[in-house]
Unconditional design. Structure first.
Lengths: 160, 135
């Protein structure tokens, strides 16, 4: 079954035949986690770095912010049987909103990545791989059975 | 096989960051030793079996460059895998050190960059799979 993750949304699955996909990752981050032993994985599409700008929205939908969405993704995967120390974490997106980084006034993509980087370090986690920055939109897919993450961007498809 | 690793840096904070990264990298770690300059590192190497050394360049007492030169002159440590972890920006100086068989990780680094450099040095990761460290 194919699950589509919208903007500020998350899906977790333990079904080996499932594919989780998210489209239109610009400055947003797509964060895929997968436990290859338990065959549990999840995909999160977060928009903004910090929930402090709107705690009410963060309470209603943690997937909107990196600092609330990523811990929620880890919790959901853990509830589905994944172990934190086995998780393979991959990230895509965090692009500039303009072609040139210096024209990107708010630097949302970069700030999303900085907050994720801090959370990873605090939680004792490292990234398996990443495809971030630039100015292209990306589509990210996670196959629960294999843990393979695919990135489609600018007409090209690659494994992450 | 458990790896004994020596971390040589005059900053205790940087040594702590490197050691935390080593633990997060899921390497088969044995003993992790520390030294705050090249002279201390040579003393550690004299008495311990070390499989990999992570070495800063700019340090008091004895800098990393001299330490590596001395290591390469000794038959016991001539082939010791070394990764330089430094802010060094001079391409010429980096070239000289890399000719002595050392890998290089530029500070500031992401933990993944250091992990990939270690795996590459120890033969566990091919060049193309290594992250570019831009995150």
């Amino acid at each position: 079954m194919i699950h589509t993750v919208g903007v500020a949304d998350m899906k977790v699955s333990a079904e080996t035949g499932d594919l989780i996909i998210t489209h239109a990752l610009g400055s947003c981050l797509g964060i895929a986690v997968h436990d290859p032993v338990a065959c549990v994985g999840g995909l999160l599409h977060v928009m903004l770095p910090l929930s402090t700008i709107d705690p009410v929205k963060a309470e209603r939908n943690p997937s909107m912010f990196v600092d609330t969405g990523f811990p929620e993704l880890l919790n959901e995967c853990s509830n589905a049987g994944a172990l934190k120390r086995r998780l393979e974490i991959r990230v895509a997106g965090g692009a500039n909103s303009w072609n040139r980084e210096e024209d990107d006034l708010f630097q949302i993509g970069k700030r999303n990545l900085i907050v994720l980087r801090k959370l990873l370090w605090k939680n004792g986690l490292l990234l398996k791989s990443h495809d971030v920055g630039g100015s292209n939109s990306r589509t990210m897919t996670l196959a629960i059975g294999t843990g393979i993450v695919t990135i489609k961007s600018g007409g090209q498809v690659k494994h992450l | 096989m458990a790896l004994n690793i020596l971390v040589v840096d005059d900053s205790s904070v940087m040594r702590a960051i490197i050691i935390k990264t080593l633990h997060l990298s899921q390497l088969p770690l044995g003993e992790v030793h520390q030294a705050s300059n090249g002279q201390e590192a040579l003393t550690v190497l004299d008495g311990k079996w070390i499989d990999l050394a992570l070495v800063d360049i700019n340090m008091p007492v004895m800098d990393g460059e001299e330490m590596i030169t001395r290591l390469r002159q000794s038959p016991a440590t001539a082939d010791l895998p070394i990764i330089i972890v430094s802010t060094e920006g001079s391409e010429t100086r980096k070239e000289v050190l890399m000719q002595k068989g050392a890998g290089f990780v530029h500070k500031p680094f992401t933990p993944e960059t250091l992990r990939d450099a270690i795996l590459r040095t120890l033969g566990g990761l091919d060049e193309q799979k290594a992250g570019d460290g831009t995150l």
